[in-house]
Design a protein around this ligand. Structure first.
Ligand code: CTP
Length: 414
């Protein structure tokens, strides 16, 4: 695939939802993992068609992949005439997972002697390639040369992980985790409409220590903030993620600053402020800290009360600045009606904290807020609100970035 062929792409899907993926499965032990990959892609709304090489059938059966994809599985160059043209024509993206040294050699040199290599040659879109092989083969000059050429031609590489290989040796060559491959596919189908933006995202809880082993914190897991950082990176932004303690792996390609307390988070935000065009405060910053921290573990019999002081309000501090980036805050509140007056409180925060957007997040529901994979939010902007249905946190992240993109475009115009 050449750069000019990249420009000639017929259609670019905006997200995995409704994307048509042509998945090539080749003869590596990791071929059975294609089942999990197909399921993961389908869960996110993509449709998947599979082309298998003959060698891959030693490791996974066509029937398993047919059942996972819900579609006929292809493999014979002459079985269905012109399928090497029609299958790629109907796809938004091609993914080779696992990719052997052999398919890389064919693709890098324009060979087309089986259905998959012929599809790769006729495809006019983005290719994502996830190699899997023994570390000696992976490091070989011939494979690295072919890989380099594929990347120069526009393919996106999902580098293999280091670990125990099928041959019993340790080394780089295990196919990347399915989550990483899906993230690379999402990135490949994503519009790069945030290119040039420098986005700071805060995420997770903060902790305020009472003594070396006890602290005050909250139930935030960081899922929402990490989803925003990943989505912003996919859309081409330069992203720095400032995170309180979280079990989530920092996204690849994102600057990562771990912090613990509210003061540390504030210092990290202010330290990265120069050049930032957007700040998303998704962190659940603790509002109180003990006035003093015990140097040693406090004896419970000696403690009857703990004096607290207020932590700095980072968003308000940013909102009060004369020249400031676009500011987005989150308000975790109890919903409306009998459950609370959260929306009103969130709208008040939009004004009082001087933000451009406050995302009201209904934490009175089990399927929304801290720890959940979905969120029920209302996006509040000056003079309007956008009530969104219950969505995955990844989808909420995309919706927030849509608004950010629109507001940034407006700012640039005026
Ligand atoms: N926030 C902040 N610094 C704080 C507290 C909150 O920057 N010390 C930010 C959060 O990251 C979030 C927004 O302010 O984007 C709203 O957070 P929330 O906890 O709902 O607001 P509080 O001001 O803490 O209000 P409440 O009295 O409801 O806790």
């Amino acid at each position: 695939m050449t750069n000019s062929s990249l420009k000639n792409r017929k259609r670019v899907a905006k997200s995995l939802r409704d994307s048509r993926i042509l998945l090539g499965v080749t003869g590596s032990v990791a071929a059975y993992k294609a089942i999990e990959l197909i399921k993961g892609l389908k869960e996110q709304g993509a449709s998947v068609r599979v082309v298998m090489t003959d060698a891959s059938k030693n490791f996974v059966t066509p029937l398993s992949l047919q059942l996972a994809s819900g579609e006929k599985v292809y493999g014979d160059l002459f079985g269905e005439p012109m399928s090497h043209i029609s299958l790629p024509k109907d796809a938004d993206i091609m993914v080779i997972a696992p990719a052997t040294a052999s398919i890389a050699a064919k693709a890098a040199n324009g060979m087309a002697d089986d259905l998959l290599s012929a599809c790769l040659l006729s495809f006019r879109g983005r290719v994502v390639i996830a190699p899997a092989m023994n570390w000696r083969m992976y490091e070989s000059p011939a494979f690295q040369r072919n890989l380099k050429r594929l990347i120069e031609d526009g393919a996106a590489l999902v580098p293999p992980d280091k670990g125990l290989l099928a041959c019993g040796e340790e080394g780089v060559g295990r196919m990347a985790a399915i989550g990483k491959i899906i993230e690379a596919i999402k990135s490949a189908v994503s519009p790069k409409d945030l290119l040039g933006e420098k986005i700071l995202v805060t995420a997770g809880p903060t902790r305020e220590y009472i003594d070396p082993v006890r602290f005050i914190s909250n139930a935030s897991t960081g899922k929402m903030g990490y989803a925003i950082a990943r989505a912003a990176k996919r859309r081409g932004a330069e992203v720095t993620l400032i995170s309180g303690p979280s079990a989530i792996e920092p996204p690849a390609g994102v600057g990562f600053i771990p912090v613990v307390t509210a003061i540390q988070m504030r210092d990290a935000v202010l330290g990265h402020l120069p050049g930032a065009t957007v700040i998303v405060m998704a962190a659940a910053v603790g509002d109180f800290a003990p006035e003093a921290m015990g140097k040693r573990k406090l004896d419970k019999a000696a403690v009857s009360s703990i004096k607290l002081k207020k932590t700095p309000d980072i968003l308000s501090e940013l909102g009060a600045m004369k020249k400031r980036p676009l500011l987005i805050g989150f308000a975790a509140e109890f919903g409306e009606g009998r459950r609370g007056d959260g929306l009103k409180r969130a709208r008040r925060k939009l004004i009082e904290k001087g933000a451009d957007i406050i995302v009201f997040n209904d934490v009175s529901r089990k399927d929304s807020g801290f720890g959940a994979d979905t969120n029920k939010v209302v996006m509040l902007l000056k003079g309007r609100g956008n009530d969104l249905p219950l969505m995955s946190k990844d989808e909420v992240a995309e919706a927030v970035l849509e608004e950010i993109h629109a507001l940034r475009a407006k700012r640039k115009r005026f």
